[in-house]
Write a protein that binds this ligand. Structure first.
Ligand code: BES
Ligand code: MN
Ligand code: MN
Length: 462
């Protein structure tokens, strides 16, 4: 194709948006139609298709050395923009995999049939993370125009972020040079609030486990044996209850030893953010009370303290009607969110020890580690942070706020091993409903994203 070699004045970002918005939206919809759910093996072909779609698209916007790496079911996409000697290198990280869409009946339009309503594009993956990574790809295309990009850009787009997959971690252990860059840009997070862009200073980590309890060789009649036979559910529930006290403190010895309270200046800055606890409780959380360690403010509880959640309990009889049985086996999925200084492997050991301590001697109890992620604490003072802050200032007219997030992105620690500053940001909104029915991206935010990331590339090249 000729177009890459003809040197015409590059289109400005706004001109690109004005001229190409309909095509760009159509392209994003094509990406969103692929049900690349990485947590379910039934969708392995779709994940492969999404990886190929990303690779082909990156080629079509002028990337070279486009490769699918590491794995045939969930390949990692690697691509490099044209080499621009003497200019910095930006590594863009994103993920093409999505969470399962269920419960399907709660979607107003099907999750893999992207639909625009009231200025929002609804689809699974719209904000997490297809829409956001696509905004960066379009920003790259816009600043490249028909000439050269202002900086060296590399793309690393994985397909196992949502399943905690270790493929990319292993790939980067073998080949750490992939993350050698002047900055890493990760757009997989929301603004603090509409009009309030955010630069994240920390992410929580995670330790996800299955707990299984067996108390009998087989299920028993509750009439004949009720009164003597140990019940697996009762035993499991006892163990779970022993993991947290009613005031919200997690009862795993040693868990809080590594927790460092954020510095006072940081906590004071959080107090200046617009936050209305009542409205947050009623409209965002949708509850009648906020629980947990209520002696700490809600933002500190979700951003800077560990949590323990029970995600689901299985076993026994749950079908309609009644069955009088003493269950022999019961299971629970639990996870802990971790905060800076904690380590997933260490917390796994502490959890195992505590579960063992709580288990009665008649029960066989096992803890299986499913996946983990170490927390992240980001120093946001390196020069590239000034560039992204300037881009937000120009586009949004407000300074990006330094905040933390309760969410996790397992690969982030590995993105920083070559000492590149990792910029954790995004253009989502807090009500995007990621992982839930009716996930969406605001189209206004999407176009702002193209402008912000395009300006970031330009400023990095100056
Ligand atoms: N993009 C999210 C993480 C996120 C969301 C961070 C909002 C900050 C603000 C990511 O795709 C995600 O869902 N991560 C999982 C990781 C887990 C499966 C190991 C999470 O946080 O549950
Ligand atoms: Mn994500
Ligand atoms: Mn996610």
């Amino acid at each position: 194709m000729l177009r890459r070699y003809v040197h015409i004045t590059p289109m400005t970002i706004d001109k690109f948006i004005n001229e190409r918005s309909a095509d760009v939206l159509e392209e994003l919809c094509a990406f969103l139609r692929i049900p690349s759910i990485s947590t379910s093996p039934d969708h392995n072909d779709d994940c492969r298709a999404a990886a190929r779609w990303v690779a082909d698209h990156l080629k079509s916007v002028g990337c070279e050395r486009v490769e699918l790496l590491a794995n045939d079911t969930h390949p990692v996409v690697w691509a490099e923009g044209p080499t621009v000697p003497g200019k910095p290198t930006i590594l863009v990280y994103g993920h093409y995999d999505v969470q399962p869409p269920d419960p399907l009946e709660l979607w107003d339009s099907p999750p893999f049939e992207p639909t625009v309503r009231d200025g929002n594009l609804f689809a699974r993956g719209a904000t997490d993370d297809k829409g956001q990574v696509f905004a960066i790809v379009k920003a790259f295309e816009a600043v490249m125009g028909t000439g050269r990009p202002p900086v060296n850009v590399r793309f690393l787009v994985e397909g196992q972020e949502e399943s905690g997959g270790e493929v990319l971690t292993e790939l980067l252990q073998r080949d750490p040079e992939r993350v050698a860059a002047d900055a890493v840009l990760v757009a997989d997070m929301p603004y603090y609030a509409p009009g309030w862009p955010a630069i994240y200073t920390a992410l929580r980590g995670m330790c996800y486990c299955d707990i299984t309890v067996r108390t009998l060789e087989g299920d028993l009649h509750s009439g004949l044996y009720g009164g003597v036979a140990p019940n697996a559910h009762e035993t499991l529930v006892g163990i779970l209850a022993g993991l947290k006290s009613s005031n919200g403190r997690i009862r795993i010895p040693g868990l809080y030893d590594m927790v460092q309270r954020p510095p006072k200046v940081e906590r004071d800055a959080w107090k200046r953010l617009p936050f209305n606890e009542r409205r947050y409780m009623k409209t965002e959380v949708g509850a009648k009370a906020l629980t947990g360690l209520t002696q700490y403010p809600p933002l500190e509880r979700t951003w800077a303290l560990p949590t323990l959640e029970i995600h689901g309990i299985s076993g026994g009889f749950t079908a309609p009607g009644a069955k009088t049985v003493i269950p022999a086996v019961a299971g629970a999925k639990v996870s802990l969110r971790l905060v800076p200084n904690q380590k997933a492997k260490k917390v796994e050991t502490l959890l195992r020890r505590r579960v063992k301590e709580l288990a009665p001697s008649y029960a066989h109890v096992s803890v299986d580690f499913i996946h983990g992620a170490d927390p992240v604490l980001a120093d946001v003072t390196a020069p590239p942070f000034d560039r992204i802050r300037q881009a937000f200032r120009e586009v949004e007219g407000r300074e990006a706020v330094p905040i933390r997030s309760g969410g996790s992105i397992p690969i982030v620690p590995a993105l920083g091993v070559k000492k590149a500053p990792v910029i954790l940001t995004g253009i989502g909104l807090p009500d995007d409903r990621l992982h839930a029915p009716n996930e969406k991206i605001s189209l206004e935010q999407f176009w702002k994203g193209v402008r912000v990331f395009g300006r970031f590339f330009q400023l990095m090249g100056e």
